[in-house]
Design a protein around this ligand. Structure first.
Ligand code: UDP
Length: 460
């Protein structure tokens, strides 16, 4: 623990890629507001710390420290190999974080670090905490859903079960439709839903090794914080409560520790104000994914065929891939925008369905909006999330052949927007929304878990 009588000092260690740092930042801001007597040091790459909302909106007891990201001086990000950036970064861990924390201690008047909160991906954070003192707790934040974490906690068992590894590829091939019901809460999930690097693909990539190691180290953590809520996946959480010293579901974090609201710079909300309730399609594939060009065109044609009003978040550089004349032909009922304030879009009563890549933040935002989904997952945890949506929670549909075709897009939108089954999906989504809202209210489990976390960090 920290030195008696000294200000508690929490180091918050971020994984600076994709949308990982954002939920950790929200949590750090929430904790810092709830515990104004505690010093918080957010240790992150300079690039990630420089994202607009990150630093400006923080409470005064939360300070930011940059660490080396391992990129060579002439490094240029290549979207075709995004893992290169991660490899560079992981190569300089944990030394860069150790240095970042030393820097934070110096600039906080020598207040030693009394607690380490990290993104779970930083599996070595438990060792960093132990170096600082035997009683310094390590709290991991899992920014995804509970099923996607379960996959990494049970990787060895999964590999044994499908006898992956040396001669794995062909075995896996013949078992893709096997169900994972032998794992708690995973009934209905299939082998083909697992992220690459668990039982198939390159099991030795930097990322696969990172996640495997994380699954082994994480049960050592003093507490697991996770961006989900009680009532969403009960069987998985029961397993986590048994497996971890403390399991603290804090979701939806966006509601529990709300980030500053993003401006509607592209006029999406005003446009939605002019649409009928529950009629509009919202399309967005997150910050990293864009469907291949042929699929993008099929999606556009399917939207056109559906006749539904739509709002599409699509980076400008992809607009030329849309079918000739599409923008002009649909101008009276469609808006293609380079960016949307998505969480607010999904809470708008005009939105009736969300065509999504099933990134976890998008899934939670859709749940909070009570909006059913049409799923087009691409990689990582997106397949498991998609299966949870279509199979477990039954609040959406997935494309039978995974990819989007004009007819399947029009059909999926019809099912969700116009059929009795779609109505039921909407009702179930609204029921989950009600549970989510209840958990973040005072007395709700996410809210109580935040209090428990405040107690852990304040007294350590
Ligand atoms: N997002 C947004 N506007 C956009 C596109 C994305 O606000 O036009 C936000 C979205 O609300 C979500 C995040 O970016 O919070 C994407 O996270 P997610 O986990 O869904 O996907 P990822 O980008 O990590 O693949």
């Amino acid at each position: 623990n920290g030195v008696k009588g000294q200000q508690p000092h929490v180091a918050v260690l971020a994984f600076p890629f994709g949308t990982h740092a954002a939920p950790l930042h929200n949590l750090a801001c929430g904790l810092a507001s709830a515990a104004p007597h505690v010093a918080f040091s957010f240790v992150n790459s300079a690039k990630s710390n420089a994202t607009p909302a990150a630093v400006d909106s923080a409470p005064p007891n939360l300070k930011f420290y940059d660490v080396d990201d391992g990129a060579p001086a002439d490094f240029a990000f290549d979207p075709r190999s995004p893992e290169e950036e991660i490899d560079n970064f992981m190569r300089v861990t944990p030394g860069n974080f150790r240095k970042g924390m030393e820097d934070a201690v110096r600039r906080t008047g020598g207040a030693t670090i009394s607690c380490v909160i990290s993104d779970c991906f930083l599996w070595f954070a438990g060792d960093l905490a132990a170096e600082l003192g035997a009683a310094v707790p390590w709290v991991g934040l899992w920014t995804g859903g509970s099923r996607s974490l379960s996959v990494h906690l049970y990787t060895d068992l999964l590999r044994e079960t499908v006898s992956a590894g040396e001669k794995g590829a062909s075995d896996v091939e013949s078992k893709v439709d096997d169900e994972l019901g032998f794992l708690p809460g995973m009934a209905g999930m299939r082998l083909c839903d697992l992220p690459e690097g668990v039982v198939s693909g390159n099991l030795n990539s930097v990322f696969a090794r990172l996640l495997h190691r994380m699954g082994l180290e994480l049960p050592r953590a003093s507490a697991l914080a996770i961006n989900t809520f009680e009532g969403l996946d009960p069987a998985v959480l029961i397993d986590f409560h048994a497996k971890f010293k403390r399991c603290l579901p804090l979701g939806p974090l966006n509601l529990l520790c709300p980030p500053p609201s993003r401006p509607d710079s592209t006029g999406c909300l005003e446009w939605l104000d002019r649409q009928a309730h529950g009629e509009a399609v919202y399309i967005g594939f997150g910050t990293l994914m864009t469907p291949p060009s042929a699929e993008l065109a099929e999606l556009a044609e399917g939207l056109e065929a559906s006749g539904a009003p739509f709002l599409w978040s699509l980076k400008k550089k992809f607009w030329p891939l849309l079918p000739a004349g599409f923008l002009a032909r649909t101008a009276d009922r469609g808006l293609v925008a380079t960016w949307t304030p998505q969480a607010r879009v999904l809470e708008h009563p005009a939105v009736g369905v969300f065509v999504t890549h099933c990134g976890w933040n998008s899934v939670l935002e859709s749940l909070v909006g009570g909006v059913p989904m049409v799923c087009r997952p691409f990689l990582g945890d997106q397949h498991i999330n998609s299966r949870s949506i279509s199979h477990t929670w039954k609040i959406g549909v997935a494309f039978p052949e995974k990819t989007m075709t004009k007819d399947e897009v029009a059909k999926a939108l019809h099912v969700v927007l116009r059929t009795a089954e779609g109505k039921k999906m909407k009702e179930r989504a609204c029921a989950l929304r009600a549970v989510a809202l209840q958990q973040v209210q005072p007395g709700g489990s996410s809210s109580e878990n935040l209090r428990a976390l405040v107690a852990i960090i304040s007294t350590s």
